[in-house]
Design a protein around this ligand. Structure first.
Ligand SMILES: [Zn+2]
Length: 149
C-alpha cells in the first residue's frame, strides 16, 4: 500500500494500528499494510467497525495471502474475530489493485484482479505489475534484514 494511504489508516485508527511504528523484532506491522491500494476502503471499513467495540485490539500483521486479505490481531473477542473473517472473505471479490469487483485467478501465483486490471496485466506480460513488484521488493528487504539479525 502506498505510504499516503498507510499513514491515513494509522492516523484514523491510532489504537488499532498502535504497533505500526514498533521495531521489526516486536511486530510484523513494521512492514505496513502488505497489500495493494485497492483494499484501502475495505481495511478502512473493517477498522471503523473494530474501533467501535470497547475491546482492546491491535493489528499485528495486515497482508495479502493467496489473493485474500489477512488481518492478524492481538486481543479482540469472538465478535471481532467474526468481523475480520467476514472482511477477509469479502476481499476475494475486490480487486487488490483498483478496488473493483474481481475474482481470484490461479496462474502459478494467485492474482486478485478485476477484468480490467487482468487484461492490462495480460497485455503487458513482460512487465511485472506494480503491486507484485512492491511485494517482491518488500520480501527481499525482509529477507536481507532477517539475515542481518
Ligand atoms: Zn482492478
Amino acid at each position: 500500500m502506498t505510504p499516503e494511504l498507510d499513514e491515513k489508516l494509522c492516523k484514523k485508527y491510532p489504537k488499532l494500528f498502535a504497533q505500526r511504528n514498533k521495531r521489526m523484532q516486536e511486530t510484523y506491522m513494521c512492514w505496513g499494510f502488505e497489500c495493494g491500494d485497492g483494499w484501502f476502503k475495505l481495511i478502512d471499513t473493517l477498522s471503523h467497525f473494530l474501533s467501535l467495540k470497547k475491546v482492546r485490539i491491535e493489528a499485528v500483521q495486515v497482508k495479502e495471502k493467496f489473493g485474500m486479505l489477512r488481518f492478524y490481531c492481538f486481543g479482540g473477542n469472538d465478535y471481532t474475530d467474526e468481523l475480520i473473517h467476514m472482511f477477509e472473505q469479502m476481499s476475494a471479490h475486490i480487486c487488490e489493485t483498483c478496488g473493483g469487483w474481481s475474482k481470484l485467478r490461479h496462474v502459478g501465483w494467485t492474482y486478485n484482479m478485476c477484468d480490467k486490471c487482468w487484461n492490462q496485466f495480460k497485455d503487458n506480460k513482460k512487465s511485472i505489475p506494480k503491486i507484485l513488484m512492491e511485494k517482491l521488493k518488500k520480501r527481499e528487504q525482509v529477507c536481507s534484514l532477517r539475515d542481518d539479525l
